[in-house]
Design a protein around this ligand. Structure first.
Ligand SMILES: NC(=O)C1=CN([C@@H]2O[C@H](COP(=O)(O)OP(=O)(O)OC[C@H]3O[C@@H](n4cnc5c(N)ncnc54)[C@H](OP(=O)(O)O)[C@@H]3O)[C@@H](O)[C@H]2O)[C@H](O)CC1
Ligand SMILES: [K+]
Length: 517
């Protein structure tokens, strides 16, 4: 799913009105009606007090459309105008008139703290104060209003995005933002829903289709894309009938050190589970017996050293290599890693200590071949890029780094973001159960296995991240967040593949349909 910038959203609105020969007021009516339908479907007329707080722009206009429709359907509605500026947009004014003609209970003007209404914990707040038009921090009294929302503990539904949250930067003061339970966003979600600094402002979100011009949606290239099943299904490569293990590539995993052979076992198992034809692991001697015993499918080449890697040498011709898992940062390991980078021409995934060694010896970064995949967690990324001011700064630095070294950066996190040059791919699968040792080793194994099967490194990264998160999402149903381990994630990769083709559960026939059976 594309994630549009706010400039693109404004452009899409204009174009839609023009092409569909409708006014912007009609588009607002559509937007407000979609929100109304969403609420009405869930509330079915329940008389819970609904407080609709409208700003003075088009987000406020959406709120007024919603409030009018709720009133028409007999809901218990209280409408407020948060009078934070003397300006009014045209469509706000149209809908302000319309609501005044609908009910004698006119919207209440809020001008200062003394005007705030009481809000009960079982009431509902609709936040339509600011949308994508926010361009400066809210006034002090408006901030207090947002804190009043939060203190009420009422369910808060934000329209388009939580007020006080910018579409494209991190707010300075978290008290100046609405903390929403749910956000109904028009046409596509906003990037801020997925970033560690800003995702806390909405627990859940949903995108509502307001009929923006299809051609515009299809043809506009966005900087950000949300990756889900719909994006992954078309790239899936089916297994051929007349194929053999050679068809699906030979994955080589290099890493491990005394006490960290488990990382390599997990990676090895994951490379196999993702479909590689053959897997070889290159590990220190101490790992030979455990690896052969636990992963009988994998072949093993050992270093001359018992406990660490000192001389990476092999005579096989791998299709893809994953390196760095549990590898340690010994000086001798650094020397052989650098030598390896100089001579290697096989597609490469670098993880963990591989990344740490690159961060310590930044000159080695120029040895990376184009489309090398790096899979850092936030600390490893910081070592690589230096400190950042906030998430937008982090992404800017990551894009510059990716362009400089032509590499793919998989920034691991609650929503893993894969960065390649100027593009950002936000993953939609995964859960907090993945916050446990070894899951990163599994991810590296999966991505390496996918490259072995002919997926381009970028596609393999996106698909690998998606499958890894999906495995965890399925596994968590059986193991719960606390007990989920990296081994479970490997065990459930199969389910993640199968889920790509799972049919949605059949709906029971509607009553009148049943009669016709
Ligand atoms: N396709 C769609 O997504 C549609 C979205 N709609 C809704 O429209 C809003 C965007 O509406 P807009 O009027 O552009 O912006 P806002 O409502 O967010 O803000 C209105 C104006 O408020 C001023 N402003 C900005 N920051 C502050 C502040 N801190 N304090 C006071 N006032 C502020 C600013 O104007 P200025 O001239 O004063 O700078 C804003 O322009 C979108 O989010 C959707 O909800 C459409 O209804 C349908 C299509
Ligand atoms: K809002």
């Amino acid at each position: 799913m594309k994630i549009f910038s706010k400039e693109q959203i404004y452009k899409g609105d204009k174009l839609t009105a023009k092409k569909q020969n409708i006014t912007s007021t009609e588009l607002m009516e559509r937007a407000g009606t979609q929100i109304f339908n969403w609420i009405h479907q869930r509330m079915q007329g329940a008389q819970v007090p609904i407080h609709v707080f409208c700003g003075i722009g088009n987000n406020g206009g959406d709120g007024l459309v919603l409030a009018r429709q709720l009133i028409n359907y007999g809901y218990n509605v209280h409408t407020y105008v948060v009078n934070c500026s003397d300006k009014r947009t045209q469509d706000f004014l149209v809908n302000y008139e319309r609501i005044k003609q609908t009910t004698k209970k006119w919207p209440i003007m809020l001008n200062c703290k003394a005007d705030f209404p009481p809000i009960g914990p079982d009431d509902i707040i609709v936040d339509a104060v600011f949308g994508i038009g926010l361009n400066r921090p809210p006034n002090e009294w408006v901030k207090s209003l947002f804190q009043h929302f939060r203190a009420s503990n009422a369910f808060t539904l934000a329209i388009d995005l939580p007020s006080g949250l910018y579409a494209d930067k991190v707010p300075e003061d978290e008290d100046g933002v609405v903390w929403a339970n749910y956000t109904l966003s028009f046409q596509s979600p906003k990037l801020v829903f997925f970033l560690p600094d800003t995702s806390k402002y909405t627990r859940q979100w949903e995108a509502l289709d307001i009929g923006i011009d299809l051609e515009f949606l299809q043809q506009t290239d966005t900087e950000v894309e949300l990756i889900g099943k719909n994006e992954m299904l078309p790239i899936y490569k089916p297994r051929e009938k007349f194929s053999n293990k050679g068809t699906y590539g030979h994955g080589l995993l290099i890493g491990g050190s005394y006490g960290k052979i488990g990382a390599m076992i997990l990676s090895g198992r994951a490379t196999l589970a993702s479909g590689a034809g053959l897997v070889t692991t290159f590990i220190p001697k101490c790992g030979y017996i455990p690896m052969q015993s636990v992963v009988p499918e994998a072949m093993v080449i050992t270093d001359v050293d018992d406990e660490k890697l000192t001389a990476i040498k092999f005579e096989i011709a791998p299709t893809a290599i994953g390196i760095g898992m549990g590898m340690g940062q010994d000086e001798k390991t650094q020397t052989t890693f650098q030598k390896f980078l100089k001579s290697n021409s096989v597609p490469l995934v670098i993880d963990a200590d591989g990344i740490n060694l690159l961060s310590k010896h930044k000159d080695d970064l120029k040895l990376l071949k184009p489309q090398t995949v790096l899979t850092p967690h936030p600390k490893e990324l910081e070592r690589l890029l230096g400190k950042w001011k906030n998430d937008f700064d982090k992404l800017k630095k990551a894009k510059a780094f990716s362009k400089k070294y032509k590499c793919i950066i998989v920034i691991k996190g609650a929503h893993t973001i894969t960065v390649f040059e100027d593009k950002l791919y936000v993953n939609s699968t995964g859960n907090p159960g993945l916050a446990t040792g070894g899951t990163g080793d599994v991810l590296t194994g999966i991505i390496t296995g996918l490259i072995c099967q002919g997926y381009e490194p970028l596609t393999a990264s996106l698909f690998g991240v998606y499958l890894h998160g999906k495995s965890a999402d399925i596994a968590v149903e059986d193991y719960g967040y606390q007990s989920l381990t990296a081994s479970h994630v490997v065990d459930y990769v199969a389910q993640a593949f199968l889920d790509l083709f799972a049919m949605p559960p059949a709906q029971p026939p509607a009553e009148n349909e049943e009669e016709n059976l």
